[in-house]
Ligand binder design. Structure first.
Ligand code: LLP
Length: 421
């Protein structure tokens, strides 16, 4: 459920009329709903109630500092994968002991940053990373708390580009080698082993892959404990999918996911962490664009809008579906027609949808792309020298620009012409 609904024929973001935001901010822009973000966080928090737990929001899905502050203030921890994300979480006021650092290529500078600023744990992904982290920690006279990310070799049954838990994927260490890697970690003086980490992929629409992975983690917990390791924390990753299209099968609910976690690992007495991103932020955001032209092709109508693949790359990159809704509610019974919805960028991949059934739309009409809270603004670029677009946060009947639209000068003046020219 989200908070983008029609009221009196107008698409609203909570109690704010989206057309009004467009009039003030210009198009295109992203708009996020406070109520939806908080609701989704709470669904996970409640799903793990009764267990010692921390829901760490995957910052990579939506990293605006205002959003991080909103979730941090509500009690969320943060899962970060770079020094930049770490500093964003800190800028949002999240304390280091609620920040988890994931990722396969942490640099020594990033490790230092996090150790100096405070960190809950590093999820390490290889032996060379363990050695580097131990050295950095010792150089700072400290000890780095770690989990090791294991790759359970489970098919997450999701898009190949966002699957991470199969043996051919670059993530984690093979679970078959886990005991020897933990033995090595225990010998490194700058590390303190506290747990196990696993993340098998994103946009999972079934629970079974999670069950298989968590069962393997539970077995490993017992083996590692019998080897003498003090395993007190399990980081179970993110990945629960969302319904992108209104009519597709509903993915499992956080409540069902939480029940599965209790079933599979509840008996171990560990503190549980999860790292959801998309389910919290995805349907909490809309990309709002304006129709520039309606163009007749040989056998189809093109709806050319002012947003493009640089603002929302998911359709081009993963063939992802995003519901498209007119901001003015179509009259009941109005005939829909198929449109290819495209952006102005000079490549055919700049296509949001083909043959999408929509009510007739004219230039200047506003449309919203749903499910654009996650992996949208964060994956945007300035391709075709299109400045990044603003982010707006709505809360009840108020809204605020939480990232302004840069001017052309802002964009151009970042380039410098060498003196010799
Ligand atoms: N934890 C780790 C270690 C991750 O790699 C990810 C996502 C998450 C948590 C959060 O997963 P989520 O709950 O959001 O599914 N750009 C792609 C998604 C890439 C996901 C990468 N890792 C997309 O637009 O679909």
């Amino acid at each position: 459920m989200d908070h983008f609904l029609y009221r009196d024929g107008q698409l609203m973001a909570e109690d704010v009329n989206i057309a009004e935001i467009a009039a003030q901010v210009g198009t295109p822009f992203y708009v996020y709903s406070t109520a939806t973000l908080l609701r989704h966080f709470k669904l996970f928090d409640d799903a793990l109630s009764g267990m010692d737990h921390l829901v760490c929001f995957a910052v990579k899905s939506l990293s605006n500092v205002a959003v991080l502050k909103l979730l941090g203030d509500a009690g969320a921890g943060m899962d970060v994968v770079s020094g930049g994300e770490y500093l964003r979480a800190k800028a949002a006021g999240v304390s280091g002991d609620k920040i988890v650092f994931s990722g396969i290529g942490k640099t020594r500078e990033e490790m230092r940053l996090a150790l100096e600023g405070g960190i809950r744990q590093f999820n390490v992904e290889s032996e060379p990373e363990m050695e580097a982290l131990s050295q950095v920690a010792l150089s700072l006279n400290t000890v780095a708390p770690i989990t090791v990310r294991v790759n359970p070799d489970v098919d997450a049954k999701t898009h190949a580009k966002i699957s991470t838990g199969k043996k051919e994927d670059k993530f984690g260490i093979p679970i078959s080698r886990a005991r020897e890697v933990y033995a090595m970690a225990a010998k490194l003086p700058g590390l303190k082993v506290i747990g196990i980490d696993v993340h098998i992929g994103s946009q999972l629409t079934e629970l079974e892959p999670f069950r298989l992975a968590y069962r393997k983690v539970a077995e490993l917990t017992e083996q590692l404990r019998s080897d003498g390791h003090d395993i007190t924390r399990l980081d179970l990753g993110g990945g629960l999918g969302i319904p992108y299209a209104r009519d597709n099968n509903a993915p499992p609910l956080p409540r069902e996911y939480g029940a599965l976690i209790k079933e599979e690992v509840g008996h171990l007495g560990c503190e549980i962490e999860i790292e959801p991103g998309r389910l919290i932020s995805g349907n909490a955001g809309l990309l709002v664009a304006k129709v520039i032209y309606v163009k007749s092709g040989e056998d189809r109508e093109f709806l050319i809008v002012d947003a493009a693949m640089n603002d929302l790359v998911r359709p081009a990159m993963y063939d992802a579906w995003h519901d498209i809704v007119p901001v003015i509610e179509p009259a009941a019974g109005v005939d829909q027609t198929p449109y290819d919805v495209v952006g102005p960028i000079c490549e055919s991949g700049d296509t949001f949808a083909k043959g999408r059934m929509l009510p007739p739309l004219d230039p200047e009409a506003l449309v919203g792309f749903r499910s654009a809270g996650a992996y949208s603004a964060v994956m945007s670029s300035e391709y075709n020298s299109r400045p990044l677009i603003p982010e707006v946060l709505v809360n009840g009947d108020q809204f605020a620009v939480i990232r302004r639209r840069p001017t052309f000068e802002d964009m151009i003046n970042r380039d410098t012409i060498p003196e010799w020219m």
